[in-house]
Design a protein around this ligand. Structure first.
Ligand SMILES: Cc1cc2nc3c(=O)[nH]c(=O)nc-3n(C[C@H](O)[C@H](O)[C@H](O)COP(=O)(O)OP(=O)(O)OC[C@H]3O[C@@H](n4cnc5c(N)ncnc54)[C@H](O)[C@@H]3O)c2cc1C
Length: 499
């Protein structure tokens, strides 16, 4: 039997994982990538002797990597490191700071002054979110839906006890268990990881609290997140997979019935039997396939996750007061959350996240120095198109960080890089600079999310954030599993051992 050829468009984490699974199933795989380096949003910046993780800095559900390793019958080519404490939350009031532990005993101590009986309440909350997780994991999260009927009938299999969660927000659900605003705010920070806020994220996502605190915490990778990409690329190359960098797919060629080849910006044709698109599943359908359902105006009407504003700093001193992962909040959580999405809040008084990359990955900064990454979720380009104030915003965040940590960073910055939503859009083809792809409201989940199987071409598939099941690293891995199941079902497999 001839080996079928599969062309993967994009070398993000979903594209690389899909390529590995397809090689294992006997496909001859090639990858075309627009940029000069693999990894997509999970990338690195190397500058002035410092190294920074560009996007993701930690992840949950590490067992999805274990599932991928088992599927391809290989050891993971990187080492995971579990985090505990998970992160630190800094408030604006002097001295008000919480360390968030996975260990409930320690966590209860942090909140004992603001939330009496925290432990009992947290156990009840985690029991409910855990039940939701187990009741939906294989039914909804890890399922391909073939029709609306299939999706609806599957939803009906979810126990009715979870039904009210469909009609509540994340914030409402958390508020049912906890009285303290500090606790509510901290537990609902995870909704920002989905690119939304607790006030617009459906409460079904409180199941992420379960993955965060119980099953199975947060992880980093020894040597930095990019070790994942390097490891996967090495594995693919050892198995004959070529990644063609600097090739952006901009068009298609059909023979009337099926998709024959994809066409890059230099008019080069890339023929294949099967195509798997890791570029944004909604944007690709609009921009490259020119589908009417995905015109720019229609894409703009969808709910997109917030855009990233990121700053990468090389600091000429150590910053021991800062933990590896730190959130900086203020006293106006609800007001800020309500306003930020549509550019109605001042970015000079922003909420932001700081990652000290060199804390775990010592090679990321020269001796005695620190490598710092700042991420501020901001309005996408629909709501704020002009980012000529990028320096001003970055300076305001750095001044705020100096004031709140007590480190005067003004004359300690020896390397500085700023990426605005415009950079994120242009580098990775992200619609309006949205950082995590399509949002996660009820109208953009399950069968209602752009499918991982094309509507017209039976040899065209999708993997990654804006298709099933959703955004974030573990979801990208699950996405590679779901699309591979579809391909295997349609085209078969010849199990092959990877080198
Ligand atoms: C600032 C930031 C911080 C984040 N932090 C976290 C975190 O801490 N934890 C977490 O779990 N998740 C995090 N995420 C989300 C996570 O990065 C993404 O969900 C995940 O990396 C997406 O992977 P992907 O493969 O779907 O897409 P991508 O990484 O976007 O990969 C798609 C690839 O396709 C290429 N491409 C696009 N169009 C074309 C084309 N037409 N032709 C050829 N190539 C093309 C792109 O260049 C890219 O390499 C973060 C995201 C951002 C932006």
């Amino acid at each position: 039997m001839d080996r079928r050829k599969a062309l993967v468009v994009g070398s993000g984490i979903a594209g690389l994982s899909t390529a590995l699974r397809l090689v294992r199933r006997g496909y001859e795989v090639e990858i075309v990538e627009k940029n000069s380096r693999a990894g997509g949003r999970m990338n690195i910046i190397e500058k002035d002797g410092f190294t920074f993780d560009t996007g993701p800095t930690f992840f949950s559900m590490s067992y999805e990597f274990a599932e991928l390793a088992a599927d391809i019958n290989k050891e993971l080519p990187f080492e995971l490191r579990e985090l505990d404490p998970l992160y630190t939350v800094w408030y604006d009031e002097p001295g008000k700071r919480y360390t968030v532990y996975k260990d409930l005993e320690k966590l209860a101590k942090e909140f004992e002054k603001v939330e009496p009986a925290f432990r009992e309440k947290m156990e009840a909350y985690l029991k409910s979110t855990g039940r939701l997780y187990y009741d939906t994991e294989s039914l909804i999260i890890k399922n391909n839906f073939d029709s609306m009927m299939h999706y609806v009938s599957t939803l009906f299999k979810v126990p009715v006890v979870h039904l009210p969660k469909l009609f509540r927000t994340f914030w409402k659900e958390v508020s049912r268990y906890f009285e303290s605003d500090d606790v509510r705010e901290i537990l609902s920070l995870v909704s920002f990881f989905l690119g939304g806020t607790p006030f617009d994220t459906p409460s079904v996502f409180t199941m992420l609290s379960f993955t965060e605190f119980v099953h199975d915490g947060y992880y980093n990778v020894n040597g930095g997140m990019y070790k994942i990409v390097e490891g996967f690329v090495k594995m693919l190359e050892a198995n004959g997979v070529k990644i063609h960098y600097g090739n952006e797919i901009v068009n298609i060629e059909t023979n009337g019935m099926g998709l024959q080849s994809l066409v890059d910006q230099n008019n080069k044709r890339w023929a294949s039997d099967i195509f798997v698109v890791n570029s944004d599943a909604a944007l690709f359908r609009g921009k490259v396939l020119k589908r009417k359902k995905y015109t720019e105006e229609k894409l703009d009407r969808k709910k997109w996750t917030m855009a990233p504003f990121t700053v990468y700093l090389g600091i000429d001193q150590k910053l021991p007061e800062l933990k590896m992962h730190n959130y900086f909040l203020r006293g106006n959580f609800k007001e800020y959350s309500d306003k930020i999405y549509k550019n109605q809040a001042s970015l000079e008084q922003a909420y932001y996240y700081v990652n000290v990359v060199s804390r775990l990955n010592r090679d990321a900064a020269p001796e005695g120095k620190e490598s710092v990454f700042i991420l501020c979720p901001v309005p996408d380009l629909r709501y704020k198109s002009d980012w000529s104030d990028r320096e001003k915003i970055a300076d305001a965040i750095i001044a705020d960080l100096s004031r709140r940590t007590g480190y005067d960073l003004s004359d300690k910055i020896i390397s500085k890089t700023i990426l605005s939503p415009i950079d994120w859009r242009d580098t990775f083809n992200l619609h309006r600079g949205s950082g995590l792809g399509l949002g996660h409201n009820m109208m953009q989940m399950g069968y209602l999310r752009p499918s991982n199987r094309d509507e017209k071409f039976e040899n065209l598939f999708y993997t990654g954030s804006s298709t099933l099941p959703g955004t974030g690293i573990p979801m990208a891995i699950i996405s590679s599993k779901l699309v591979t199941e579809r391909i295997e079902k349609q085209y078969g497999l010849i199990l092959t051992d990877l080198h």
